[in-house]
Design a protein around this ligand. Structure first.
Ligand code: NAD
Ligand code: SER
Length: 313
């Protein structure tokens, strides 16, 4: 059987580190090449091959794909929502051109699969706020959301027109303890655990009742590998799948932490990220992912809190 060789672009980031480690467990260390613009994350050191690579440099990317006999690409390099609002043209350029470079090379080199994440950020203020469905009104108001929604159409186009087997998930906000988050609006839900342990208090940049869809990283990694392992005929959605695990507010995550660390307290000073959060749904309907490829989350808020505090403590 043809052995898969995987390139993870953006491997030093919040998702990239854990996804690379998980893929190395599944496929073997030598079969998964980590790539990033910045230096290798220390957690990846000694676990498998690493190349320094700019996804915007198509020629360099193409050479690496050929030289390393790559058969699959996971593209994680992107500018997230909060950083994107500070530099919209940079976010648009990286999020679009990076994807187009990967899709073009996948077509030319007949790669077996591509993974590219979208986000709950595709939804905007006119989308349903509760249990936002797979197909609905989608009018994003952040540059990040606009780039993700456009990217979804490019993925569908390359699948339909050229047969590129590209698969995608609209990740909710992701919470993890291994690598730092990279500039998103949902990052407060990571920072809060670090500050709870370091200072027993946290000053939150969102209001206390701001509900957002969230997921613990082990669920996100499992969702990604399950989607990529599923038989192609089960993948009916070729733009991007809604995905859900839990939904909570800053007040609720604070209460969950307080149940374990009774001295913890939270205060609120909302900033420009409040408007971004307010434009997104509070919860997501992921019944299509559950039906098509059997998605089911494992972690709820309290289980995640227990695991985060245990691992960061
Ligand atoms: P991150 O910012 O933590 O990591 C992105 C990585 O890409 C970084 O290591 C960065 O150095 C690298 N990168 C940036 N520009 C590059 C370039 N030109 N060439 C090569 N590498 C480059 O982001 P993340 O949180 O790991 O997100 C990964 C993907 O998942 C992104 O597409 C993001 O939009 C999506 N996503 C993330 C979340 C979340 O909560 N983390 C939620 C929804 C969607
Ligand atoms: N966690 C991401 C962000 O806040 C959602 O895509 O930008």
């Amino acid at each position: 059987m043809h052995k898969e060789k995987i390139l993870v672009i953006g491997a030093s980031g919040q998702i990239g580190v854990e996804l690379t480690l998980a893929l190395r467990k599944m496929y073997g260390a030598a079969q998964v090449v980590a790539a990033d613009l910045r230096e290798q994350n220390p957690l990846l050191a000694g676990t498998g091959p690493y190349v320094s690579l700019d996804v915007m440099n198509k020629e360099m990317l193409h050479v690496q794909v050929i030289r390393q006999n790559i058969t699959q690409i996971y593209l994680l390099a992107a500018i997230l929502s909060a950083t994107g609002e500070k530099n919209p043209s940079l976010a648009w350029n990286l999020n679009m051109q990076g994807l187009l470079n990967v899709l073009d090379i996948a077509r030319e080199e007949k790669l077996s699969k591509v993974f590219w994440p979208s986000s709950i950020a595709v939804f905007g203020p006119s989308s349903p706020r509760i249990n936002c469905p797979q197909q609905t009104i989608i009018e994003p108001t952040t540059i990040y959301g606009i780039s993700k929604y456009a990217g979804e159409f490019w993925c569908h186009y390359y699948w339909q027109r050229y047969g590129v087997d590209v698969r995608s998930i609209r990740y909710p906000g992701l919470i993890s303890y291994k690598s730092e988050p990279g500039g998103g609006t949902t990052d407060y839900a990571v920072e809060i655990y670090h500050e709870a342990l370091a200072k027993q208090s946290y000053n939150c940049f969102l209001k206390e009742d701001t509900y957002l869809p969230m997921m613990y990283m082990p669920d996100a990694i499992r969702a990604t590998t399950e989607l990529m392992e599923a038989a192609a005929e089960r993948i009916a959605i070729r733009n991007s799948y809604n995905l859900s695990a839990m939904s909570f507010s800053p007040a609720e995550i604070a209460a969950s932490i307080k149940r374990q660390l009774s001295a913890f307290s939270i205060s609120y000073r909302p900033d420009y990220r409040q408007a971004i959060a307010d434009s997104w749904p509070q919860s997501i309907d992921d019944s299509v992912a559950r039906r098509d490829w059997g998605w089911k989350p494992q972690y709820d808020l309290d289980a995640m809190t227990e695991d985060m505090l245990l691992n960061l403590g």
